[in-house]
Design a binder for this molecule. Sequence first.
Ligand code: SAM
Ligand code: GLN
Length: 275
Amino acid sequence: MTAPTVDRALAGAQRLRLDRLDATRLLAHHLQCRREWLLAHGDATLTPEITARYLDDCRRRADDVPLAYLIGQREFMGLELQVTPAVLVPRPETELLAQWAIEQIRAWPSGARAPRVVDLGTGSGALALAIASACPRAEVVATDVSRNALAVAQGNARRLQLPVRFAHGHWWHAVRGERFDLAVANPPYVAPGDPHLAALRHEPAEALVADDAGLAALHQVIDGARAHLSGWLLLEHGWDQAEAVRDRLVGAGCADVALRRDLQGHARCTGGRIE
Ligand code: SAM
Ligand code: GLN
């Protein structure tokens, strides 16, 4: 039998219809090398064990398992986050929400007390950690109803040495009795039965799906805000939910309700200010 080489391993992935970028990332992960090295060493031989583990991951990737779960990490706002199947893989479009929050926190008056910020439904910790990293003055709390997700987020905070406090519970109940100056949330907003869920089946359903056509969690976060927040509530939502979210924010007494679109031009985040 011909010895497996880097080039043959990558060709094997192509037969499984894997994206070449994913295949090279997986192989680099198993060889603990950089992708650049692979591209320059196509005839390097691989051990049968590494080849078998890599091909196994290629098959899982071909079955829609996110690359981030297979390599165990994902970059968000320049931070290397560890991810497991207990958390949603942070999406690039969520950086829009992180940037909006960071912009608002940076506008906080310099002589004033530290701004208090909460990330509701933190998952891997992506938003809370990006904010804590960019705004060292902010006091950041991150919540989730999933204890397994909180454990992943806590691990990320520890590794990145970012001072985020974690609280367990259902939306605002996790921070009972506390008040904040800014809140961010990327809650589950996909409608039950949405056809996109088939491709997302390896991620936790409780991170993705919400009742009432995907609006139930967004409504709970908005409706509970006044009791805990004096300042901006910034939310990610589905491309077709902007109007419903805006109406709910207005109904909850928010001022300055504004929309932000992602690079594709899709309505992606809506925010409003509670006085
Ligand atoms: N913030 C992360 C991000 O942007 O990548 C994760 C967002 S994920 C779409 C939604 C998160 O909300 C999940 O981590 C899920 O466990 C959490 N969640 C779902 N229901 C919740 C609830 N009732 N209270 C608090 N968190 C909840
Ligand atoms: N943006 C995710 C997706 O559809 C959904 C995340 C969410 O429900 N908040 O891939």
